[in-house]
Design a protein around this ligand. Structure first.
Ligand SMILES: [Ca+2]
Length: 186
């Protein structure tokens, strides 16, 4: 009788172990610490929450967009690209540690004065801003190139602050963006 009880208890423990083991794979853990937002710009004209400057989104044929038909165009009159803005607390109850803004960029001129900007606003007041220039990555005009810009939030954030991500083109020549991806890391 004792032996049977021990065997039953042991199999219950084993069952408990295998359950907890299958519930928390490491990839899920990593995903829980990130919020990923993607935008291929194909539906930008339909007004997507948190995205602005859809007047920069154009149908492209020559050159072709990186995906589908649409990409964001910047030049002398459109210095700022399609623009992502969101309040910190609308993303998650905690504050992000950093954000990575990545995607594809096409320049019509070598080494344009072109940068990804991360703005942080406290209501209407600028709290912080950083630039990640892409001029060196864009040494070859006439092709789509993948880019990635990382910004660490080293100045403390408040839940009410607004984070903005935008490309700033000061080259006056056409530079296009497509297939944007924003990854907030917590
Ligand atoms: Ca597209």
């Amino acid at each position: 009788m004792k032996k049977l009880f021990f065997f039953a208890a042991a199999s219950m423990i084993m069952a408990a172990c295998s359950n907890s083991g299958s519930k928390a794979p490491s990839t899920d853990q990593a995903a829980q610490n990130e919020i990923v937002i993607t935008n291929d710009l194909e539906n930008a004209k339909g007004v997507i929450p948190s995205w602005y400057n859809d007047n920069t989104v154009v149908a492209m044929t020559d050159p072709q967009a990186h995906s589908g038909e649409y990409a964001s165009m910047t030049n002398d009159t459109l210095q700022y690209s399609y623009f992502y803005r969101e309040i910190v607390k609308n993303l998650k109850s905690e504050n992000p540690k950093s954000v990575v803004y990545s995607g594809w960029v096409y320049t019509t001129v070598a080494n344009p004065n072109f940068a990804i900007i991360c703005n942080i606003n406290n209501d209407t007041v600028r709290y912080d801003w950083k630039a990640n220039p892409l001029d060196k990555e864009l040494s070859e005009p006439g092709k789509w190139v993948e880019f990635s810009a990382m910004f660490a939030f080293d100045k403390p954030l408040q839940p009410s602050y607004e984070i903005g991500l935008v490309a700033w083109n000061q080259s006056k020549k056409n530079v296009f963006l497509d297939d944007l991806k924003i990854t907030f890391i917590y």
